[in-house]
Design a protein around this ligand. Sequence first.
Ligand code: C2O
Ligand code: CU
Ligand code: CU
Length: 537
Amino acid sequence: MTHIDRNRRQFIQNMGWGALTAALPGFAFGESRRINSTPNPGFKADVEIALTARMADVPIRSGAQTHVFKYFAKLLNGPPATLKELPGYLGPILNFQQGQKVRIFFYNELPEPCVTHWHGMHVPQMMDGHPMYAIVQGEHYVYEFEVRNPAGTCWYHSHTHELTAPQVYQGLAGLITIADEAERKLDLPNGEYDIPLVIQDRTFSNGNQLRYVLNMHQRMTGFLGDTILANGLENSEIRVKTRAYRVRILNGSNSRIYKLAWDDGTPVTVIGTDGALLQKPESLPYVMLAPAERVELWIDFSGRRVGSELELQSLPYHITSNMGRGMGGGGMRHGMGRMGMMADTLSQEGKIAIFRFHVAEQVGDSPKLPAELVPMTRLTAQNASNPEKIIPIAIGMRHMTFQLNGRTFDMDNYLELEKIPVNSVQRMRIFHESHGMGRRGGRGGGMMGMMMSLPHPIHLHGQQFQILSRKQNDPNSGYDSVKDGFINNGWKDTVLVMPGEEVEIIKPFKDYTGLFLYHCHNLEHEDMGMMRNFYVS
Ligand code: C2O
Ligand code: CU
Ligand code: CU
């Protein structure tokens, strides 16, 4: 692990409990540290799970086992299909139904604080895994929520203050699926024909241990590994039949962005985005998938020869950022990984193999792709509670740190502009701050300004949003190599904002009051403080 990480763990271990609670932000408010440690007797759970985060050694690649952090789960009550174990280091898949009441007893058995967030799910503040609710080793937290999301693919992961990146990197993540009535009517491929695919990049030592080291560039771009894992394993492939499949893809990487395509040029058929199925399938040459984004694909192997293979790849793309130019001579372009990828998130040289489908069995029949999927109301600016008001999410940088709306993360703080009335619908504009703003930090606004433009996957907790518009202000950004891979018609909780780009979204804030995070889901950016709260009241 990184030196930072090791020092931190050491640091925490060396302190007594009292010192520890005082040192953890969010623990500072004494009795207002409301750790929910007892189940609410009034909450009649349909599903109860014991979820434990602890250290383990698991087989990821051939040879020695890898030391990881891993979620282990046990079903205490509810449908047996609720948990599906995966080989490798990911937590089990949690399969929920809309309307279910879920109780999760989360046990932290790691020698560092931890908290778990249900990414993409619409749950109350205290159940959302805000870093202020981190628990230390030996403690537990009781999450209780009703599944209000429609059918789709979410995920869970650690959200610990300044430790999210290393904890997720070491394994603290898992997939969540949600099923509902509308989806059942569609009769989409299910069971073995519904394939989860979590994509992550990692770097291993010679002894097969995870290495988390940020070089100079990666301090800005985020961690980039040289080995692709699919569902927590290296070189994974799956045997399929000559029929249609549903593939649920999550980019669970810390910072790597993928440009996903089939190796034989078959168009990519998308049936779902982050938070739900689409209204109708969309066909694209490739799909861009930034950290935390999900996409559901339809792929039909009918008519393919038994013995043939289809590979999901990440295609090359080139993003020219001001940062690269600012550092002179394409300084960001160095550091070829051993798979031939460039060690920066801005560009990918060459193709990267992600996952192989091996056609192994001939079958007679296949379901057909439905022309219509689920009903969806397209929101427009007119649906906003106050169409004139646009809440800013300004991406900026000061003192070599990325910020949102001019600030870094401050546990339970929010600005006036971060206050949102509950049960409202808001227009929001995500954009890169103008370069002049860098000067406020007092350290050479020019260079600061130059370094502001990186791609940032911006994520908002709470309900899913829709994209109203995208505007590219930098004609030289290389946008052409990625622009045909965005899906702007679905429900989203994370949107990739490219250098020079401005994205307008519309988002409902229904049901729940309190603090809800918004942040960059490049996990290194998040840990450096590129995160803020909205206060919904
Ligand atoms: Cu996936 Cu706030 O996170
Ligand atoms: Cu989230
Ligand atoms: Cu970022």
